[in-house]
Design a protein around this ligand. Sequence first.
Ligand code: SAH
Ligand code: SF4
Ligand code: F3S
Length: 447
Amino acid sequence: MLRMKSKKLYIETYGCQMNFSDSEIVVSVMQGRDYQITRDAREADVIFINTCSIRDNAEQRVWKRLRELKAHKKHNPGLRIGVLGCMAERLKMRLLEEEHAVDLIAGPDAYRSLPELLSAAASGQKGANVLLSEEETYAEISPVKYNSNGVSAFISIMRGCENFCSYCVVPFTRGKERSRDPETIVEEAAALFRKGYREITLLGQNVNSYHWAQEDGPVRFPELIERVALVDSALRVRFATSHPRDVSDELLQAIARNHNLCKAIHLPVQSGSPAMLKLMNRKYDPEWYMNRIRAIREHIPDCAISTDIITGFCNETEEDHGATLSIMDRVGYDHAFMFKYSERPGTLAARHFNDNVPEKVKSQRLQEIIAKQRELSLKSNQKDVGKVFEVLVESFSRKSKAHLSGRNSQNKVIVFPKKGYKPGDYVEVKITGCTPATLLGEPLEAD
Ligand code: SAH
Ligand code: SF4
Ligand code: F3S
């Protein structure tokens, strides 16, 4: 019997966890049309690049990659290249005009139409679908975990963002905020657990505003995470990202009373200066933020807190910068992602404010912030030496096959000797040492 050979798809993803989760949707859509995923770009019939626009350097990396692929296409004229995600949405037709090697573009809400866009591209037409939707959540599409450790997975629970922080491109690239049917979320979590996954992260730009309307009253985020936690007590549940404006005591109580709701909250502060927060349109001030930190400490004393920080935003003075260093100290973050402000065309800040902090000053301030966080992370890790944590093993350690690497509830990476354990196991580990990035330990002997 003659069987059509399936075609090969290679996909590369940039940007946030949500984009990685979207790539799993894309693979699912494409597998339904007889495409098989490959890890080798050289043997691909189709290459998708799922892109990010959050900062200029994120886009520059993609342009560089597209230039490499253009050279590759010269030797392989049948190859089709698609640009997906936020950059496709932001640049639209300009992307096709500026990089001729690109055959199609698809925005974040257009992934169901990829097979049709590809058919058009096969006949030599350039395809584009950058329509944003008010309803699309890909709720019933089962993501294909093509690049997974088999232990931890992401589940998208909502899409879009309407917060319009003045520096941020996401509301423009991802459109209106919409939540996904809770039944489909719980089902996906249960299916992952049955397949052996032991940790899921619920994803959204602002998960606290999750809202699903139904007859007997809406389902909100605290109720949703408790429902997911009930899937099985051996399934760890995390979430990202929370907006400080909307972290409710109800959410903190839900985390406190469920062992498997992880004791780690990512709460991006962006800046410690009231003037900067106002200009950023973050809708809280440092006092509000510190009040939320106190509420976290009160309800969940062992909770880890991490953050995002932007330095060098418009008009930022040395004093504003000092306020950021100071709030870092006051909170004592366990971990932080730290960025130089990058002006994004079309945002409120690009249209109305001046990107007037010199690059050199931005770099200097970023170095100071990174040094401060290094200190805080080390201090936080040193406090853990001597403690015992339940570690969910994810993989072998990067440095040694004789060691395993996993995380505790607080999301800290813990490396320990393998003994008889394997990925997916829960292991009680006593911490014996640390670096700023990692805890080192010994498994407690099982009786
Ligand atoms: N929705 C999440 C974060 C999304 S983007 C939230 O609101 O917390 C991740 C981080 O990128 C942001 O928290 C911010 O720190 C950073 N970021 C966003 N836009 C940026 C820009 N224009 N320049 C530099 N960093 C930016
Ligand atoms: Fe961007 Fe603000 Fe939305 Fe986060 S909450 S995605 S920073 S606009
Ligand atoms: Fe980037 Fe889009 Fe995520 S801009 S950070 S990929 S939502």
